[in-house]
Design a protein around this ligand. Structure first.
Ligand SMILES: Cc1cc2nc3c(=O)[nH]c(=O)nc-3n(C[C@H](O)[C@H](O)[C@H](O)COP(=O)(O)OP(=O)(O)OC[C@H]3O[C@@H](n4cnc5c(N)ncnc54)[C@H](O)[C@@H]3O)c2cc1C
Ligand code: FES
Length: 358
């Protein structure tokens, strides 16, 4: 179960004019708790008056770095007027301590030395962070696997982890294909110039990635939805395409939720939640605050980060009754079919609902 610990910042490493890597030192007694699969993320929290603010950052180091040296790293790109990204890239100093949640997230892949696969990745901007962990982990730990990465940026000055990617290319020349695509800097080939769009993805699918077993996508909503549609239209099974989003815009479209029941305005559903082995029953309105917000009032340990349906930290299994969700950018169709929901986007539909946080 998720929980926060205070981790010391060992190093702040500039990557580009707008981005840095933050290295955490994980003490030996916490290493099991921070064990992760490549692609997972961390949630950081900061006090903000009598409240707190949380943001999620993908881990860009490997499980081996943590096991061998207690090293855990995130990569952060500054957003104009961004509270966390401005602080992390502009003010944070080594020696500081930050409250960091144990790793979470379903994006990514377990790595096993016996695997023999071709993994293709598409990333743009800061979307490289989970992909770097996936790529590095597979190349180092799976001697029979290959990786192809297409990475989009505006210019070469914006490329996060430029040298590290070049080092990987030099270390694994026959197993790692790296394609830098730049939108504001002409390159020798058309494939490498412009934005990663449907045409470039189709060229990859018909050529270098014809035999891909799995696809990992991370970048803005436009890239991820275009890529997913192009891959599925090109014959890739939907279950082989995995994606992670960092941000979907300030007002992303809402799902079409069923109308609340007639008694919605006056009555409340009895929502029973199980969290860390403890069960609580909380009355929750059919409209108004989400189940997560209602639960947090009495169970402040309920896991969450973005409250926007993007990060997936608040995943919960519906074990009785039903809920409707306002939006979902985190759960895949098979997870929805299995009964998972995002508590931050959920409202009760039935008089009784039971949820188990994951
Ligand atoms: C699963 C997940 C993993 C993530 N991993 C990373 C990562 O590895 N590296 C990384 O740099 N970021 C990552 N993010 C994004 C990160 O959590 C923050 O959203 C981002 O750093 C902005 O936070 P802020 O406090 O600086 O900006 P805020 O103060 O929250 O926002 C400032 C303004 O920028 C807008 N905005 C917020 N986020 C973005 C964005 N990402 N792009 C454009 N505009 C935005 C807001 O709407 C607002 O107008 C991840 C997010 C998720 C959900
Ligand atoms: S808290 Fe991020 S999806 Fe619910």
């Amino acid at each position: 179960m998720s929980g926060f610990h205070s981790l010391a910042v060992a190093r702040v490493e500039p990557l580009t004019g707008q981005a840095c890597a933050v290295h955490f030192a994980v003490p030996a007694e916490l290493r099991d708790e921070y064990a992760f699969a490549p692609g997972q993320h961390l949630t950081l929290r900061l006090p903000a008056g009598d409240q707190e603010e949380r943001r999620t950052y993908s881990i860009c180091s490997t499980p081996a770095d943590l096991a061998e040296r207690g090293a855990l790293r995130i990569g952060v790109k500054r957003i104009p007027n961004g509270l966390f990204s401005g602080w992390l890239t502009g003010e944070l100093q080594p020696g500081a301590a930050i409250e960091v949640m144990t790793p979470a997230g379903r994006f990514g892949t377990p790595v096993a030395p016996a695997n023999e696969r071709h993994v293709c990745c598409l990333a743009a901007g800061s979307g490289i962070t989970p992909v770097l962990s996936i790529v590095t982990s597979i190349l180092r730990a799976e001697p029979a696997s290959r990786v192809t990465l297409m990475y989009g940026n505006r210019t070469s000055n914006d490329v996060m982890f430029l040298e590290e990617l070049a080092d990987l290319k030099n270390s694994y020349p026959s197993r790692f294909t790296l394609l830098h695509v730049l939108s504001a800097e002409p390159q020798l080939s058309d494939l490498l110039t412009g934005r990663i769009d449907e045409d470039k993805i189709t060229i990859l699918l018909d050529g270098l990635c014809k035999d891909a077993d799995e696809w990992y996508l991370c970048g803005p909503l436009g890239l991820v939805s275009t890529a997913r549609a192009a891959l599925v239209a090109g014959g890739v099974p939907a279950a082989a395409v995995h994606s992670e989003l960092f941000y979907v815009g300030d007002e992303p479209p809402e799902l079409a939720a069923p109308a609340p029941p007639e008694h919605a305005a006056t009555e409340r559903s009895q929502v029973t939640v199980t969290l860390s082995g403890r069960t609580s029953t909380i009355p929750v309105g059919y409209t108004g605050p989400s189940i997560l917000d209602a639960v947090l009032a009495s169970r402040p340990d309920a896991p969450y980060a973005c409250k926007g349906g993007v990060c997936g930290t608040c995943r919960a299994m519906v074990t009785a009754g039903s809920v409707s969700m306002t939006r979902n950018y985190a759960l895949e169709p098979e997870e929805l079919a299995a009964g998972l929901v995002l508590a931050c986007q959920s409202h009760p539909v039935t008089p009784e609902v039971s949820l188990r946080f994951q």
